[in-house]
Design a protein around this ligand. Structure first.
Ligand code: ATP
Ligand code: MG
Ligand code: MG
Ligand code: MG
Length: 437
């Protein structure tokens, strides 16, 4: 991608409205623009990261056996009356009336809708277990939208819903999502800690929030230091096997959000291991049994021929919030530092003297070689001064920078810089390309 042809509206000044670093950097790096309180447009650079995050979430859901579908953003109020949540949900729900005066709403979550899909199609335990998910925009009319995409009103969520014949099988479904979440956040380059959590308006009795420790987090959390260095489930994880061992390793050390905090149990930990910190909720999983299937009559026949309400769980990931969380966890004075797995481009190539035959030729050759190896390159071919080019590359945080200038070109050399460490090295062209592919 040529920067001269790209749409990257960088801001030189810090936007006044941004209180935290991730919000500031997303605005400055031209990733998002606010349209109205808590509602954002995603500009090309931001959209690339959003899609990368969604892709990793999707891959891990699929690996764990969940099936993707897509439900609409607009829902009928009648469905929510069946579960009893239409009145309970309160002002966070955006209610809409169509031209026929039918009551609709912009979905804040999808338990009711998926239960409706399920009850219209599935009748027997033979079709279970089933886990269906989508990655779709949600709307919650938050009292205080703030911190950019961290607490938006419109936001992108992955929500999965599991259906099982009994509590034991539902527990396995819960464990699969628990382990999928550990893997997802690890692949995103984040340390997310599962913590015992309150079930809130979703309901149920078993629930964990996945929390990233960060000073700007909105939740107060408490955990055992040991959780910060626990081994994560690898690529060879068998989701068909019993995962209760992994879950128990992760749930035995103390970890709880403020609502579930047990001060005595926490105080029993050696002082050096007591972590009391702020955290960002990036995921939340629930087992709630028959909370929706009972009132909405989603029933299946068991092996004994008896019909019972299906056991359900739901599993959310804040896909758009994760961008804020990633930046909170990984930035410096100069800007964002994207983990390789989600970076909008793998490499930023700076040509210090566009129009110079030698630098143009070298730069074009490198772009071709990197792209044919499957890497994405943002090529700064503009005639900005060098200082501004370096500042832009540091701000947008691509993992690698390659700098091609006339002096090096004469010797067949380029400079390579690792954004995360700031380390620079001068290498021959082949060596530089080989470092990256
Ligand atoms: P919070 O406590 O931050 O208000 P929640 O507990 O209300 O979140 P859930 O219903 O558990 O949210 O939704 C699943 C996930 O969706 C959350 O873990 C979070 O990552 C994300 N999420 C929730 N509300 C927002 C929001 N307003 N903006 C961005 N992401 C959100
Ligand atoms: Mg909320
Ligand atoms: Mg919460
Ligand atoms: Mg929650």
């Amino acid at each position: 991608m040529l920067l001269s042809k790209y749409f990257l509206p960088i801001l030189k000044e810090d936007p006044k409205e941004a209180e935290i670093v991730s919000h500031r950097l997303m605005l400055r790096a031209g990733m998002i623009r606010q349209q109205t309180a808590g509602i954002y447009s995603w500009l090309p650079l931001g959209l690339r990261v959003l899609e990368n995050v969604a892709r990793i979430v999707r891959e891990e859901q699929n690996r764990a056996g969940a099936l993707e579908l897509l439900m609409p953003t607009i829902q009928s109020a009648d469905l929510w009356r069946e579960s009893g949540r239409y009145d309970d949900y309160g002002k966070e729900m955006l209610r809409i009336e169509d031209r026929h005066e039918r009551e609709l709403l912009f979905g804040p979550t999808n338990e009711e809708m998926i239960t409706d899909i399920f009850r219209n199609t599935v009748r027997s335990y033979r079709d279970l277990p089933l886990n269906l998910y989508h990655i779709q925009w949600k709307f919650r009319d938050e009292v205080r939208p703030r911190f950019g995409v961290m607490r938006g009103r419109e936001f992108l969520m992955k929500d999965a819903y599991s259906f099982d014949v009994d509590a034991e099988s539902a527990r396995h479904a819960y464990n699969r999502m628990f382990v999928a979440y550990l893997r997802t956040f690890k692949r995103l380059g984040l340390t997310a800690i599962p913590m015992r959590a309150d079930t809130g308006p979703i309901g149920g009795d078993l629930s964990h929030e996945f929390i990233i420790l960060a000073e700007t987090g909105e939740s107060q959390v408490f955990c055992d230091q040991d959780l910060l260095t626990l081994d994560l489930p690898g690529d060879d994880t068998d989701f068909a096997a019993d995962l209760s061992g992994v879950v128990s390793n992760w749930t035995t050390p103390y970890a709880a959000t403020e609502e579930m905090h047990d001060a005595d149990a926490f105080a029993a930990l050696p002082e050096a291991r007591q972590v009391s910190a702020r955290g960002i909720e990036v995921g939340h999983i629930f087992y709630f049994g028959a909370k929706y299937s009972e009132p909405m009559k989603a029933r299946v026949t068991g092996p004994d021929g008896v019909e019972r309400p299906v056991h359900m769980g739901s599993y959310g990931v804040g896909v758009s919030r994760l961008l804020g969380a990633l930046i909170e966890a990984s930035h410096d004075e100069a800007g964002i530092i994207w983990p390789d797995s989600v970076a909008p481009f793998n490499v930023g190539l700076i040509n210090l003297k566009p129009g110079d035959v030698a630098t143009d030729e070298i730069a074009a050759g490198i772009v071709a070689r990197l792209e044919s190896a499957g890497l994405s390159v943002l090529y700064d071919d503009t005639d900005q001064r060098a200082g501004a080019k370096f500042a832009t590359m540091d701000l947008i945080g691509l993992p690698w920078q390659l700098i091609v200038g006339p002096k090096g070109a004469a010797k067949g050399e380029v400079e390579i810089k690792r954004r995360a460490t700031g380390e620079r090295e001068t290498l021959g062209i082949d060596a530089a390309v080989n470092r990256l592919v």
